[in-house]
Design a protein around this ligand. Structure first.
Ligand SMILES: NC(=O)c1ccc[n+]([C@@H]2O[C@H](COP(=O)([O-])OP(=O)(O)OC[C@H]3O[C@@H](n4cnc5c(N)ncnc54)[C@H](O)[C@@H]3O)[C@@H](O)[C@H]2O)c1
Length: 445
């Protein structure tokens, strides 16, 4: 398999799809890796590090896309990249298609098989490939909010921590998942008053346990959210309905009733945002003000911390990419497996049985790594011109979720459609999915 790593072109994005260490793993498994010149520069990896790892450096993105069968990125492909994708490509990256029908159409038109990191689940329904980014974004959210609260940045001029004799800021976090819990760690650590609004009772119990009463949890309803945001100096939006657009919990009419100079940080902006007035911003121009309330809506917050991030998600991402890649990928391993005996040979490429056989091939390869894939097509999800969208299982029976397609694939009888990939890992419930929490086993949702 030829794996391609283009340079990220989204504004202020400094991460890179593969580190030199990951490249070395691919090369050791018999694959070729093409890296665009300068692709790792923003994350601190020069071309020479990739060459030492066994990659071939190519001059531009066209050379990566035309030379590789599998493209590994970080951020969603931009319009110029849709045009470079074809039906020979498998794309692994964060996609966030729910608020982005243009990208969904662009990917459909390309015919590529696209697998969104943020939809990969583990056995407990957790999102192990989203979590490393959410941990970072949750933490960045608080120090960005603290900075934005200062007067010269448009905020009310409040110190988030307070000082002796002056109360700290009140931080309301909407959604107590990975982003929310990590934001709470930072905000509580700085001394802020923190309230987390959640809908999952087990998650609230878990947060209550680990913060030992240091943060308040509150069931999220229209009433309770309204009450809390009007009291807040900072609101951090961190809700997620996997695969769907974020619910709009703060509406335009709320803004004029909020404290002037309050700060809204919409981390959920990549799923369309959970504030009605949110629109994506960049690290260079992160904020704007509506009705006296400052909005911070950077869609790639972790992009500012590439040196940290390139080290964190590695093995899981690589394993999923390597084994869920689909037809053709893993060929070297499969050939080797064939030589080692029949049970190791299960799932080799080009099995009989068309798409079903190809799906079994993907699953066979995953099983050998202790992973699991369940790939399903969605009969209700037929796209225009006979193209078909392949949705992940919880969404597959709901035609309204076609826009938030989790993986996009032109229907071909002989093509695999690894649209939802599960990782079988150490038993960790969704309540404790980020792994940052103390060792006590969290309850399931
Ligand atoms: N902007 C960025 O750079 C960036 C980076 C990482 C993650 N994100 C986004 O942040 C969001 C949160 O990610 P996560 O990993 O924390 O997800 P998560 O699934 O761990 O947590 C989401 C939480 O929201 C809760 N929730 C859902 N609806 C709710 C409601 N109406 N009221 C209150 N709580 C509700 C869920 O119960 C869940 O606990 C996602 O949209 C993700 O894509 C953005």
């Amino acid at each position: 398999m030829r794996v391609g790593v283009p340079r990220e072109i989204k504004p202020d994005e400094y991460r890179v799809g593969l580190t030199p260490a990951a490249v070395r793993e691919y090369v050791a498994h018999g694959h070729e890796v093409l890296v665009e010149q300068g692709a790792g520069g923003g994350a601190g990896y020069g071309d020479e590090a990739y060459v030492r790892a066994g990659a071939k450096i190519v001059p531009d993105a066209d050379a990566v896309f035309s030379g590789a069968e599998m493209i590994v990125k970080v951020k969603e492909p931009q319009a110029v990249e849709w045009a470079r994708l074809t039906d020979k490509h498998i794309l692994f990256t964060y996609l966030h298609l729910a608020p982005d029908p243009a990208q969904t159409e662009g990917l459909l038109a390309s015919g590529c098989a696209a697998i969104a990191y943020e939809t990969v689940t583990d056995d407990n329904g957790g999102l192990p490939l989203l979590a490393p980014m959410s941990e970072v974004a949750g933490r960045i959210a608080v120090f960005s909010a603290g900075e934005t609260l200062l007067k010269h940045n448009g905020g009310m001029g409040l110190l988030i921590s307070g000082v002796p004799g002056v109360p700290p800021a009140r931080v309301c976090i909407l959604g107590g998942g990975v982003v929310g819990a990590n934001a709470a760690v930072m905000a509580a650590g700085l001394g802020a008053e923190v309230v987390i609004m959640e809908r999952s009772i087990p998650r609230m119990r878990y947060i209550d346990d680990i913060f030992a009463g240091r943060v308040i949890t509150r069931y999220s309803t229209y009433d309770s959210v309204e009450e809390e945001i009007l009291k807040a100096d900072v609101v951090i939006g961190a809700v997620l309905t996997p695969g769907a657009a974020a619910p709009k919990l703060v509406r335009r009419e709320h803004l004029s009733k909020m404290k002037p100079g309050a700060v809204l940080v919409d981390v959920s902006i990549d799923q369309g945002g959970c504030f009605e007035t949110s629109k994506p911003t960049t690290h260079k121009n992160p904020t704007y003000t509506v009705d006296g309330v400052v909005h911070y809506c950077v869609a790639n917050m972790p992009g500012a911390a590439p040196a940290h991030l390139v080290r964190s998600p590695g093995p899981r991402h690589a394993a999923v990419r390597t084994e869920a890649g689909g037809q053709g990928f893993g060929r070297a391993e499969d050939q080797q497996a064939s030589r080692q005996g029949p049970e190791r040979a299960e799932g080799r490429d080009h099995p009989p049985g068309g798409r079903r056989g190809a799906e079994q091939a993907v699953q066979g390869r995953l099983r050998r790594l202790g992973l699991k894939a369940s790939a399903r097509s969605n009969d209700e999800g037929a796209g225009p011109e006979g193209r078909r969208l392949f949705l992940c299982s919880p969404l597959r029976n709901n035609p309204a979720t076609i826009a938030p397609t989790l993986a996009v694939k032109r229907q071909r009888e002989d093509a695999p459609c690894a649209t939802r990939t599960s990782i079988r890992g150490p038993s960790r419930s969704r309540a404790g999915r980020s792994g940052w929490a103390p060792s006590a086993s969290p309850p399931s949702r």
